[in-house]
Design a protein around this ligand. Sequence first.
Ligand SMILES: Nc1ncnc2c1ncn2[C@@H]1O[C@H](COP(=O)(O)OP(=O)(O)OP(=O)(O)O)[C@@H](O)[C@H]1O
Length: 889
Amino acid sequence: MIGQPSPCQKLRGVVGRKHGRIPLRQNFRSHSQSEGNPFWPHNKQTSYHNCRLDNSSRFRFRLHQKDNKKMAPGGGGAKSGGTKRKASDKAKTTEAKTLKRKREQDELDKLRKATDLLDPKSADLKNFKDLPLCEPTAAGLRASHFEVLTDVQRSAIPLALKGKDILGAAKTGSGKTLTFLIPVLEKLYRAQWTELDGLGALIIAPTRELAVQIFEVLRKIGRKHSFSAGLVIGGKNLKEEAERLGRMNILVCTPGRMLQHLDQTAGFDVDNLQILVLDEADRIMDMGFQSAVDALVQHLPKNRQTLLFSATQSKRVSDLARLSLKDPEYVSVHEEAASATPTNLQQHYIVTPLPEKLDTLWGFIRSNLKSRIIIFLSSGKQVRFVFESFKRMQPGISLLHLHGRQKQVARMEITRRFASAQHACLIATDVVARGVDFPSVDWVIQVDCPEDADTYIHRVGRTARYESKGRAVLFLDPSEEAGFIKRLEQKKVTVQKVHVKEKKKTSITGELQRHCFEGPDLKYLAQKAFISYTRSIHLQKDKEVFKLDKLDLDGFAKSIGLAGAPQIKYQKGEDVKRLKNASREAISSGSDDEDGDLSGAPKPKKQDEVRTKYQKMAERQNQDVLSSHYRKLLGDDNDKDDGDDDEDDFLSVKRVLDDDDLATAGVDTHMPKVIKLGNSELIIDSNRREKLLKSKKKLLKFMDKPTRLVFDDDGIAHPLYEMQNEDDFKSQGPAGQLREKFVSAEAEKVFEADVEDKQLAKDRRREKRDKAKARARGEEYEARDGAGGPQLDVDDEFGDEDPLALLRSLPIPGEDSSGEWSDRNSDEPPKKKVKKWFQNDSDVEDSDEGPKRKKAKQDVGKTGRKVIEMDREPENLEDLEALAAGLLD
Ligand SMILES: Nc1ncnc2c1ncn2[C@@H]1O[C@H](COP(=O)(O)OP(=O)(O)OP(=O)(O)O)[C@@H](O)[C@H]1O
């Protein structure tokens, strides 16, 4: 292919001349070095994948034109002579351009010739300057202080420059990144690629961290080139990203997100792609990424160059047909007899029973406070628990944690902090196991046994990189020892067994239990960690190594601060292998927003499928306990969306939470929050979910239904209907009879309750009526008050000649029963009607009754009424007062 004009060269022949060549070489440098550039990685606000070079390019181009104008003699002010000068300047510029193009063409021809003559097996190839590289690449390498070729670089770069497809395997930290980046830059340079030619190279990495790192190296060594480069890893607005994709020459991406763009971004053209690179190819090609990569490759042109690199090569990588590799060169720099791991790496293992793992880890950290340590655990939940618990115990070294569920910005920040810290301990999942190049890591500790020897090799490869030294320690449960050591031997990895010094052993179980007791949020994490670990062991394919039944799970639960092991029910009939792979598949294609996936791809959805809101709720993994509950209720095993975090789609936990388990506050953004719902509490992992559940209406749905209790004579509460012992039940007679008896007894109760209720209603009605009457009377009094002061209520039968006229004129309503004037306001209506001199108490009381009843009582009064007899008619005021006092008695 080299030497042949590419379609883009033809295109440039037309477009390039029309627009002129933009001096992008300067632009790349100026852009990459500009501080505070909103598209540049060192700016905290930015995402790398938005990195653009072309804005800056245009800006520079305009500046350049302006300068030319200014520099022109006459400055354009004088019209005469200016035109002539302009014409001559133009001619000079065209001439200079033609010369430059010719020079470039000569350079290219020389390069191509040198490449053709290059002997890939030549022993003379030692340094980068021995390779036929263009000046921008060579200058970029010099500026980055790369001089001597590593083994893999020496073997693979010449072949790649010759346009061969490559399958490369080399130890961790051996410099594979440069091995594929240099051919990428050279390929595009030799094809005289410009911004207008579109996408020329695609580099795929399995994790975001690795993609970012590759992009960084590209930025370093490509600083003298004029290509535009972008990072496509998800975690950002797809539309925003899509707008910038069209003009990128080199893209570094994760498979899922790239596929999403290929499917959804209109006008994103990959037809001209010259070179495809897969870093950590065995991981990308494994079952988890299989569908994404296959779909992606379908979009790409067949006549491209393909490079595949990894530290470990599995059989799947040799499934070359899928990638349309043409006569690939197999480059392996693992010496036959030597180990697959770097020679300057010391490897040890400790046999530590599962319940003592955290004690051993704590002891190790405490004795290595002046180091840079990476600790690998099998799941995000384990990572969170160990990080949170150790943080509370203050080990004396800066602790960091990294897992796939964290937001992209947080992941970047943690990576940056660990890379720059002098002493720090990073607790992580396998998200940083591959390819990530942290500088000077002293120790790699594998607390949970890796799933296979390849993962072991990648994990330990985070230390002893390039020519530096490093040490690695693997913790193995006694049940895992024989099986896993055998697996390592098969890969020619030799590890030495070591023992923990007795005096260095410390137990942190008590302290962990205290912390779990004090902070139910930690207890919650401990439970999740337990379940997650158990699940990971259950899912492991290699049953010769991972034996769940051999593990002391009770002891493990106690060692992480739990009172006992949460009961876990394994769903029957599940295909473990399928589930395991499915979760990986989802990692490769799961949406970042919800799942914190590794690749930033969208979650595949079943088309035209109607889903209930409960199903949607259940799909939101790790949001709260309810979602997992509904998931189990629905039995939905189609939704396997994240790799290491969600055991709930596979295992069901009988006792997820009890009242003690629940907490009221989150420790940090990743800690669960607790919302009170009546008697129970709901743990919320996301702010969105929390907001949703704060709606009263929603909360009502989750409230417990009230239980009716009855109390016995001792004050002990019982449910209304208690289950009875079967024998006792039978001894009471046939069930039919009992039922009838029960029904009639209940019916009687209902009848009685009905009578009571009716009486109650009647009383209430009566009370209401009485109140209304009293109110009406009060109003009447008020009306009279308004007419001229207090007056007695007088029966009409006495007429005007009433002998008690004087008495009636007295302000009786203000007088109390003792005959003395009270302080009561005379304006107030009397509370009680004053008895008439011939009435007794019962008459007065009855006076409020209805007309019918009143009449009847009057009839009785005619016969049985008690009349106060007096010796004489009252003559003066004293007599009247005496009479009044007597009547009032
Ligand atoms: N020729 C070289 N001279 C000096 N340092 C180099 C050279 N090539 C690579 N390195 C350095 O070696 C380290 C490891 O390189 P790189 O990350 O490419 O390794 P790798 O083989 O991809 O590792 P892994 O398999 O873990 O992904 C990096 O820090 C890189 O800067």
